[in-house]
Design a protein around this ligand. Structure first.
Ligand code: ADP
Ligand code: MG
Length: 236
């Protein structure tokens, strides 16, 4: 598979929400390309539409107009079932809160996304064990979320995100709930997944330390300014 077949392209994206009579414009003619293998930190003030961009890239949300292209696949037109399948194979999400299921062990939580694949039970167990090993959580595989620290829970969440071996990891403030030391460990883990396994990572963050790990930092506020200047767009 050619490496550039997993570039992320957002093309002339418009995204607005209807709130009663009002239209809230979040993105206006927004363009961005992220190359396969990049580790991008997406920064900027709250409410600017960072999470919205991640949701568009992962097909969790659709643009009002414009194109979302991942590799050769345009995903904004995919039907729900095709999109769910595509996402399961290509995208791992990591959120600020880990969203682990309390009734399942670490192992069970990591196996869960594989239910959407054709892997059998034994293969699912093996893949989950490997993902837990990669994030340094093998010894906690049988632990339930409440028996884990915040940093350990986030590691398990990352294992769950990578278990299907997706090319792209979309992380929304993954260190937002963690202390400095634990946050650094999570950033180092993402860095390792990027360097050693070639994962493309797009990470929304307020964490200034993120710049030490990312290969590109995009400050959305100035980016939108530059983008609009160079395209001679009207300001919103
Ligand atoms: P960020 O992640 O940069 O803080 P978001 O992408 O979450 O920003 O939100 C961008 C803007 O879109 C905000 O003004 C928010 O209120 C608005 N927004 C997000 N989701 C919805 C929704 N489902 N309905 C209406 N407005 C929304
Ligand atoms: Mg957000």
């Amino acid at each position: 598979m050619m490496k550039n077949s997993y570039n992320i392209t957002l093309k002339n994206i418009n995204k607005s929400y209807q709130k009663g009579k009002n239209t809230v414009v979040v993105h206006h003619d927004f363009n961005l390309t992220i190359k396969s293998g990049e580790f991008v930190a997406l920064m900027g003030p709250s409410g600017l539409g960072k999470s919205t961009l991640l949701h568009l890239m992962g097909g969790l949300d659709q643009p009002t107009s414009g194109e979302v292209i991942i590799g050769t696949q345009r995903i904004d037109h995919l039907k729900q079932s095709a999109l769910t399948q595509w996402r399961a194979e290509n995208i791992g999400f990591v959120f600020q809160s880990h969203h682990l299921l309390p009734v399942l062990s670490a192992q069970g939580n990591v196996e869960l996304p594989l239910a959407l694949t054709s892997l059998n039970k034994k293969q699912r167990q093996e893949h989950a064990s490997y993902a837990l090993e990669l994030v340094g959580m093998s010894e906690r595989a049988s632990h339930f979320p409440k028996e884990l620290s915040g940093g350990q829970e986030q590691r398990v969440a990352i294992a769950r995100a990578i278990v299907s071996d997706p090319h792209i990891l979309l992380c929304d403030e993954p260190t937002g709930n963690l202390d400095r030391k634990t946050a650094n460990e999570i950033l180092a883990l993402l860095d390792q997944l990027n360097r050693d396994f070639g994962k493309t990572i797009v990470m929304v963050t307020h964490d200034k330390k993120a710049a030490d790990y990312a290969s590109r930092v995009i400050n959305l506020e100035s980016y939108i300014g530059e983008e609009h200047n160079c395209h001679m767009r009207e300001s919103r």
